[in-house]
Design a protein around this ligand. Structure first.
Ligand code: ACO
Length: 400
């Protein structure tokens, strides 16, 4: 047996902390979270204020460069985003290598990684301007790649970006316009998408951001590091949760399952209530509150006041909040609980939900990678508790 209390390495005592629940892995000045009080701030600004007043591009600049931009700085960066929105034509061939119904998350991570090979001059930065160019490239092209991955998955030709449109409107255009009909977003759709991206933009050392920092700690380039972040986001306990929530709500709806029966199964631990619980938020997730309001507003604007999945979500939330199992474990709706309702109302298919999360989280990943780039630290290299065989003699094949 191993004495867990006295783990030692050549550098001292080892902390055994599965899942890193109590391990601080870096110093950071980007995002502050107080899980007990439900506080989330980006560079000191409350998420509620950013959601109400800021645009996604403005907030991305705040996260990445540290300050809210002036009008000139914002115009300048918007211009860089416009210049970068097209993909190199050769890069388009990458899409051909995927099957017709290729997973958009697989396409996104692969193409972002490949993008780096088109810009090896941006593997290191001589000055901040060069870094800005890399940021603009990734932030602008991630949106084009995401929309093209969707078009590929439905067998439609790519719709090229329109430089006269805003960041969010341009994305919806690339997703839904067809050559004979330019897509006109319904009232409130662009705002709802912007809000969705803003609340996802950063959340300190979550799994995908820590992955970006871990990969970055090897001095891997920005493109490779954020591509690794996309892969980490994919799982249903992280960025895949928004899709899992909609599938859960749809399942309850289609099979006419009583909410109370569903919760009984969750309490018997047959499965988890998706969109509930958080490693840090133990009272409420401020992002869930913002998105709950936004989901209502969007559906109202779209004249869909009787959305059945939203009604089931609210019933589930209410029942769970009153239930001892959830109270004891401090399980509340997280950002993913209502975000799927918004994406679904925008016409975005479920396999694109984690991709939408990735577009939103991109400024956070870039900001964290750059923070680490500017203050290099030791390569991330956790230790382990070895539980296997101590020593064995090799047995020749014939003797086994
Ligand atoms: N439904 C039912 N029970 C749950 C849930 C849930 N959603 N989440 C946690 N629990 C229970 C666990 O079974 C455990 O119970 P126990 O003490 O009786 O064993 C207890 O609550 C603690 O759970 P942990 O897994 O230790 O909590 P952890 O902090 O590691 O996990 C996580 C956090 C992954 C978010 C978890 O709550 C979960 O799986 N939620 C559902 C998936 C989800 O919504 N993910 C999105 C997270 S937000 C984001 O990534 C943007």
């Amino acid at each position: 047996a191993i004495d867990i209390k006295n783990l030692r390495s050549e550098t001292g005592v080892i902390t055994f902390d599965p899942g890193y629940a109590n391990t601080g892995s870096c110093k950071s000045s980007i995002t502050y979270v107080d899980g007990e009080k439900g506080i989330l701030r980006h560079r000191g600004y409350p998420i509620e204020q950013l959601a109400e007043k800021s645009s996604f591009v403005e907030q991305a600049m705040l996260l990445i460069f540290g300050e809210l931009p002036s009008m000139d700085e914002l115009d300048n960066f918007r211009g860089m985003l416009r210049e970068q929105e097209l993909l190199h034509e050769d890069l388009l061939h990458h899409f051909d290598g995927f099957p017709p119904n290729g997973e958009p998350m697989a396409i996104l991570s692969a193409v972002i990684n490949s993008l780096g090979s088109y810009h090896p001059d941006l593997y290191e930065f001589k000055d901040e301007y060069q870094f800005r160019r890399a940021c603009a490239k990734i932030m602008s092209k991630v949106r084009t790649i995401a929309a093209f991955a969707f078009r590929k998955s439905i067998g439609r030709p790519f719709m090229y970006p329109n430089p006269n449109k805003s960041y969010c409107a341009n994305f919806l255009h690339m997703m839904f316009s067809v050559p004979y009909k330019i897509y006109e977003p319904p009232l409130g759709a662009v705002r709802a998408l912007s809000l969705f991206l803003i609340v996802h933009a950063d959340h300190e050392q979550n799994c995908s951001t820590s992955t970006v920092r871990m990969v970055g700690s090897t001095q891997a380039n920005l493109f490779a590091s954020v591509s690794a972040g996309i892969c980490a986001l994919w799982g249903k306990l992280h960025g895949g949760a928004n899709a899992a929530v909609i599938q859960m709500l749809q399942d309850i709806h289609d099979n006419n399952i009583k909410v109370s029966d569903y919760l009984e199964k969750v309490k018997r631990k047959e499965f988890r209530l998706m969109g509930f619980g958080h490693r840090i938020y133990k009272n409420f997730d401020p992002r869930a509150r913002i998105l709950k309001g936004a989901a209502h507003e969007l559906l109202l604007n779209m004249g869909q006041t009787d959305d059945e999945l939203l009604a089931i979500a609210q019933e589930l939330e209410q029942a769970a909040l009153e239930d001892e199992f959830f109270k004891e474990r401090q399980l509340y709706p997280n950002v993913d609980f209502y975000s799927g309702i918004i994406l679904r109302a925008l016409g975005i298919p479920v396999n694109m939900f984690p991709v939408m999360f990735a577009i939103g989280r991109m400024p956070g990943w870039i900001a964290h990678w750059y923070e680490e780039y500017c203050q290099p630290m030791r390569i991330h290299r956790p230790r382990q508790l070895y539980m296997g065989e101590r020593l064995r003699d090799y047995l020749p094949l014939d003797d086994r």
